[in-house]
Design a protein around this ligand. Structure first.
Ligand SMILES: NC(=O)c1ccc[n+]([C@@H]2O[C@H](COP(=O)([O-])OP(=O)(O)OC[C@H]3O[C@@H](n4cnc5c(N)ncnc54)[C@H](OP(=O)(O)O)[C@@H]3O)[C@@H](O)[C@H]2O)c1
Length: 362
């Protein structure tokens, strides 16, 4: 018989830090989600996460939860943190300095921070102060957790998720230009969770016209993503759902600019449109975008190599004839999940995969 040890490992505590980090999902952009756990002799003394943009960082949140009676144990504890502690003064003071000031002797970091103000400097501060540091515990999971933030630092554009549903025959929509719901109720509920997680959401003109979507997060919690619609000639009626003030909206067009940015004029509606728009999003601190259709817009993102994740919902609905679904190129299937009668496939571009491991979530 094989006997299992009951002792908690580094991975167990880092898993807890990563789980905590996810509680900040949809609330911290353009910052990354980060979690931290402070452990003394196998017991958790304190734990915390970054809960909102401008709010305290995970390490400080964890320290704040230590009871007065246990504060004396802090210097004898190990801090587990999903991202390298910061080294710069931003909206909050540098966490690396706080860790040194608390005289914590050991820090386990899942992954280093690529942000230009940090990039190993947090690690340096700790090491120079004599703190024992271990880097790389559950690195893959931590990079996945912070993939939106990492993409902005490393690719200088927001993280892009493509999302669509398709019929059993691989059709995207009927040819009739009539609205047709393909996904089931379970998938639709999930979609609202996904909207809650992203900074911005985008559709093409025909989708806006035919489906008249609200593009709001109706998950019951979290923030509203910025809505973006391509409406080159400003043809959408003012009664349209996207024209109502349910959420901040950019109407990308070739005619008019309006202070307050509801109307966003783009001179170039050709190949440069999407790259220019992504730069505008980055400039305004939006670090992720979910593109919900239509097929033409999704294909333009694919053809431009402008995507990081595609979530394709295969439904049992049959259309007979229809508009072909977008065609992914150089894509690898990373995960699948049954959503009642629908089947979700998650793809990544083959040239920059973050491998899925058990426990990873969207
Ligand atoms: N199955 C699904 O998950 C799903 C999701 C959403 C929508 N739909 C369905 O899909 C259909 C609409 O899809 P669609 O492919 O026909 O249209 P679409 O992509 O929604 O809109 C196409 C229009 O958007 C503008 N556009 C798109 N990409 C552009 C780019 N890269 N640069 C500049 N302008 C761009 C162009 O407008 P201009 O020509 O004015 O320049 C183009 O004609 C509807 O039937 C809708 O119900 C299905």
């Amino acid at each position: 018989m094989r006997l299992y040890s009951l002792r908690m490992t580094h991975e167990d505590f880092m898993r807890r830090a990563i789980d905590l980090a996810y509680l900040g999902q949809g609330l911290v952009s353009p910052n990354p989600m980060v979690g931290a756990v402070l452990v003394h002799q196998g017991s958790i003394l304190g734990e915390g996460f970054h809960a909102g943009y401008g709010q305290v960082h995970a390490e400080v949140a964890a320290l704040q939860t230590v009871s007065d009676a246990q504060r004396g144990l802090i210097p004898e504890s190990t801090l587990y943190v999903s991202l390298e502690p910061c080294a710069h003064q931003g909206k909050q003071p540098p966490c690396a300095n706080r860790i040194v000031a608390e005289r914590i002797k050991k820090v386990v970091i899942a992954t280093l921070d690529p942000y230009k103000e940090v990039q190993g400097r947090g690690l340096e501060i700790l090491q120079q102060a004599g703190v024992a540091v271990e880097v790389g515990c559950m690195e893959q999971e931590a990079r996945w957790l912070a993939r939106r933030f990492f993409t902005v630092q490393e690719r200088s554009r927001p993280y892009i998720i493509l999302k669509w549903a398709q019929s059993a025959e691989g059709y995207f929509a009927p040819l009739s230009n009539a609205r047709k719901q393909l996904s089931n109720a379970f998938s639709m509920e999930l979609l609202h969770q996904w909207r809650r997680q992203e900074a911005a959401i985008m559709v093409g003109y025909k989708t806006a016209l035919i489906d008249n979507p609200k593009l709001t997060n109706r998950s019951g919690s979290g923030l509203q993503p910025l809505r973006i619609v391509l409406d080159r000639t400003l043809a959408l009626a003012t009664t349209h759902h996207l024209m109502q003030d349910d959420a901040a909206t950019w109407i990308i067009n070739a005619k008019k600019e309006q202070p307050g940015l509801k109307y966003f004029k783009q001179a170039d509606f050709g190949d440069k449109l999407l790259p220019n728009l992504l730069q505008d999003l980055k400039h305004h601190g939006h670090n992720s975008l979910i593109v919900e259709g239509g097929a033409q817009l999704l294909q333009a993102f694919i053809d431009g190599g402008l995507w990081d994740e595609a979530r394709v919902i295969h439904t049992p609905v049959t259309l007979g004839k229809g508009l072909a679904a977008p065609l992914l190129k150089d894509a690898e299937l990373m995960a699948q999940e049954h959503l009642d009668t629908d089947l979700l496939h998650v793809y990544q571009p083959s040239d920059r995969l973050i491998s899925f491991v058990p426990g990873m979530r969207l």
